[in-house]
Design a protein around this ligand. Structure first.
Ligand SMILES: N[C@@H](CCC(=O)N[C@@H](CS)C(=O)NCC(=O)O)C(=O)O
Length: 214
């Protein structure tokens, strides 16, 4: 039995709910991260000592770190599909997952928190401007990666698309005046034709607006 802990509109949880939907896996959901202090509860920290969501558990044990969960689910349940079996092909997917964690998410979380989660009167315009410029540069990198192929690791959807595509939906729908270049746009339209992406990632997130605490 698969179990997932995490608020369903949390950026990193979306990666997992999308993969679960994409593969068609049933799971029990525990809505933590929605109530003050629930991530600090000893019962939750016994699952993830870092007190962060998402967390997944199956018959093998507990896994935390969203991209690790994505890799695990794809390897176990969709080998040769979302999980490219051939090592070089897999590296083409994994490099985008690692880049998302090391670079894109850092730039975006700063922007999202300063612009979207911070009440308007408390926002720091210079900080937002700087984070926005870094995100725009990141989107150009994504565009270059998509210039010669429909998906980030080649001609089909793989786990490599998951983290960056979660970012993209938030980035272009948070109410800022942002551009997204042609190859990124085509990729987004392609993803938007997938039921699993629409039903998980392409969902309203306005309950997070101006809300520093959940
Ligand atoms: N690197 C971790 C980051 C996890 C993380 O920071 N998750 C956020 C939600 S996106 C969280 O737990 N925030 C605390 C909260 O929502 O209260 C991962 O990718 O799983």
């Amino acid at each position: 039995m698969l179990e997932l802990w995490g608020r369903k509109n949390a950026y990193n949880v979306l990666k997992v709910t999308w993969v679960l939907a994409e593969i068609g896996l049933d799971y029990a959901h525990h809505d933590v991260g929605s109530h003050p202090g629930d991530l600090e509860a000893e019962s939750f920290k016994a699952l993830n000592p870092h007190a962060r969501i998402p967390v997944l558990r199956d018959d093998n044990g507990v896994i935390w770190e969203s991209n690790t969960i994505v890799r695990y689910l794809c390897a176990l349940h969709d080998p040769a599909g979302l999980w490219p079996e051939e090592p070089f092909e897999r590296s083409q997917a994994e490099r985008w997952m690692d880049w998302e964690l090391a670079r894109l998410q850092i730039d975006f979380i700063e922007l999202f928190w300063q612009f979207y989660r911070t009440p308007e009167a408390e926002r720091d315009a210079a900080f937002i401007d700087s984070a926005l410029r870094r995100c725009a540069q990141d989107v150009r990198q994504l565009d270059a990666g998509l210039a010669t192929q429909p998906y980030l690791a080649g001609d089909r959807l793989t786990m490599g698309d998951i983290p960056c595509a979660v970012f993209l939906h938030r980035y272009i729908n948070m109410g800022l005046d942002v551009d997204w270049p042609i190859h990124v746009d085509r990729w987004y339209r392609r993803l938007a034709r997938r039921d699993a992406y629409r039903k998980t990632v392409m969902q309203p997130f306005d309950e997070l607006r101006g809300r520093l605490r959940f």
